[in-house]
Design a protein around this ligand. Structure first.
Ligand code: NAD
Ligand code: DAU
Length: 352
């Protein structure tokens, strides 16, 4: 099995690459290495002869076409994206370029390659478009996102992902490209760039810095350990039905303040200081357009493809805190480039 993974030097992409190489697949990682991508996240597969790396922008049509023609994939798992909501608020252009135009360019390169395949390989080919539950917008206190929930994105990030989902589905309906779409809830785990809530809070706690909680901390996210997501994506690419969407989530809803408090409790145990880390919790100005609650109904994935999450939030968050405490070699250089300063305030926006 030969798989192209775009965004494979990022958080989830690198977990997918490690998973596929572990299964004995041949993998070509394509990544532009933006601020969010790092070859250090692929250290575990660096010397594996089945792994190749191509530094390229998914917006570069010629580079994408050449990658398809030379690597000759059976599958594409498309994860490359600008992924941080706060950054999309202060500068949406990169999000539109990569998430919309980049996905379009990749779909076109895939379509031209797929069109020329001989019948058996054509039938086997799959394009997995990896997306987010944020395309569904915000839930109230009740209910779950299903695959039928109407799209209602709130942020420039989620709007750009929604656009790319529509493109991917249109390429299946119009051109017959064998596309499958997945929409997942919040991931956490090793190699998570420390701008996102969980790694930011772990490292700020370690360094005795304030732990910023947006608004009143009551917003709810549905957390999934990244390796559970990687297994789900492999399964969806393998057995998902063409043209279908599969929601992915671990049934781990938590209020942000409860997540931060739990991390503080783990830090008190694993890295004790004179005062509790919870003393560092600081309520700050809310995120503009902040979605109140996300929660995934993963019944389709569970019943149709037999997937279940292996980590609970309790087991996953403990592993994650320990991983950050033991792997400064990975996050140290990234924290030098991004020190945890607040992103995504309206006062920081300019015309782009
Ligand atoms: P990430 O920001 O950690 O990684 C994104 C990767 O894409 C980086 O390595 C970056 O260098 C690369 N990239 C960005 N622009 C590129 C371009 N133009 N060409 C080539 N490579 C480019 O993101 P992540 O959290 O790993 O998310 C991966 C995918 O999963 C995204 O599509 C995201 O929307 C989706 N997703 C993320 C989550 C989550 O909780 N993190 C949840 C659901 C879905
Ligand atoms: O739901 C899936 C999405 O999850 C993915 O599509 C995105 O790529 C991913 O970044 C994530 O988006 P969120 O906006 O939910 O993640 P983030 O870690 O930025 O924020 C999680 C919650 O914590 C959110 O309600 C905002 C809040 N928050 C975030 C930060 C960075 C804080 O309270 N303080 C913070 O400092």
């Amino acid at each position: 099995m030969r798989v192209i993974v775009t965004g494979g030097a990022g958080f989830i992409g690198s977990a997918v690459v490690r998973h596929l190489i572990g299964k004995g697949y041949e993998v070509l990682t394509i990544d532009k290495l933006t601020y969010a991508g790092s070859l250090t996240s692929l250290a575990a597969v660096k010397d594996d002869p089945r792994h190749r790396f191509l530094k390229a922008d998914i917006c570069d049509r010629a580079a994408m076409q050449e990658a398809f023609e030379t690597f000759k994939p059976d599958r594409v798992m498309h994860l490359a994206a600008e992924s941080h909501v706060d950054r999309s608020i202060t500068g949406a252009r990169d999000f539109v370029e990569t998430n919309v135009l980049g996905s379009f360019t990749l779909l076109e390169a895939a379509r031209h390659y797929w069109n020329d395949l001989e019948q058996e390989r054509k039938e086997r080919f799959r394009f997995l478009h990896v997306s987010t539950d944020e395309v569904y917008g915000s839930l109230g206190d009740e209910g779950l996102f299903t695959e039928e929930t109407p799209y209602d994105p709130s942020s420039p990030y989620s709007a750009s992902k929604a656009a790319s989902d529509h493109l991917a589905k249109a390429w299946a309906r119009t051109y017959g490209l064998p596309v499958v779409v997945s929409n997942c809830s919040n991931n956490y785990g090793p190699y998570h760039f420390p701008e996102k809530l969980i790694p930011l809070v772990i490292l700020n706690a370690l360094h005795g810095k304030p732990l910023p909680v947006y608004g009143n901390g009551a917003n709810v996210r549905d957390w999934l350990y990244v390796e559970d997501h990687a297994r789900a994506l492999d399964l969806i690419a393998e057995r998902g039905r063409i043209g279908e969407t599969y929601n992915v989530g671990g049934r781990n809803e938590r209020r942000n303040i409860d997540v931060v408090t739990r991390i503080c409790g783990l830090m008190d145990d694993l890295h004790p200081k004179a005062a509790s880390h919870a003393d560092l919790i600081t309520y700050v100005t809310d995120r503009p357009g902040h979605d109140a609650r996300y929660a995934i109904d993963a019944t389709k994935l569970e019943t149709e493809l037999g997937w279940t999450a292996m980590e609970t939030f309790e087991s996953g968050i403990e592993k994650t805190v320990k991983w950050y405490l033991e792997n400064e070699w990975w996050w140290g250089p990234l924290r030098e480039g991004y020190d945890g300063r607040r992103l995504g305030l309206l006062a920081q926006t300019g015309a782009k």
